[in-house]
Write a protein that binds this ligand. Structure first.
Ligand code: CA
Length: 219
């Protein structure tokens, strides 16, 4: 699940990023409204955590422009300002949830899990390619009558591959789906996830396209 965190309070942003990563979310952070709109245009995140008090523009304006551009991201608004007015305006302009500052980290995480369920509810259909079925809701793969539990990043990786059968995914594009910007990752981390997935899936299900990337194909 990709989250864009829009927050100009850098110490709060740091704390949030650490906590969210620990939960396995992939988090990118920007500190201004302009940078947020740019990031959203470049790659639409699934969830946006949006502070309303930004240095260069009102967070509600960011929300308005995002919705005007038909952005499908779910938006969680954060604000320290007068809660009721902002809540009504935020929800009017298409925010999906709302949290007043200061908030409890456990509260934020619970709300994010609810948003995450909404994201996955939109794509509840299982994906079947060859002998493998990916259960989107339960984060499991099923093959040969067996359920295979997948850690979050292995699930995200397999989902990226199975959503576009036949498409060759470069290591770089897979990394951008699994990790936030500038997140420390070992140079071989995609290979490591692929290695683990291959041990769980039928032989040759994930194919390496030498020098290019990985793909799965409808048999
Ligand atoms: Ca702020």
């Amino acid at each position: 699940m990709q989250i864009l965190l829009v927050e100009d309070d850098l110490s709060l942003a740091d704390g949030l990023r650490t906590a969210l990563k620990r939960q396995g979310f992939s988090v990118n952070h920007v500190a201004t409204g302009k940078a947020a709109l740019q990031a959203i245009r470049a790659e639409q995140p699934e969830i946006i955590i949006l502070d309303l008090g930004l240095p260069d523009m009102d967070g509600l304006e960011v929300l308005r422009q995002l919705r005007a551009a038909d952005g499908k991201s779910l938006v969680m608004v954060l604000t320290a300002r007068d809660a009721t007015t902002d809540k009504v305006t935020g929800l009017d302009r298409g925010a999906d949830d709302y949290l007043g500052k200061p908030f409890d980290m456990t509260e934020l995480l619970a709300r994010l899990r609810a948003l995450e369920r909404r994201v996955t509810a939109v794509q509840t259909a299982d994906i079947t390619i060859g002998a493998v079925t990916l259960d989107i809701l339960r984060h499991k793969a099923c093959t040969g009558g067996h359920d295979i539990d997948l850690p979050r990043r292995e699930f995200m990786l397999l989902k990226a591959l199975m959503e576009h059968p036949g498409h060759i995914h470069s290591r770089q594009s897979l990394e951008s789906k699994l990790y936030g910007w500038g997140e420390e990752l070992a140079s071989n981390s995609i290979e490591v996830h692929i290695h683990h997935l291959r041990k769980k899936l039928p032989e040759d299900f994930i194919k390496t396209v030498r020098g290019v990337g990985y793909t799965v194909r409808d048999a």
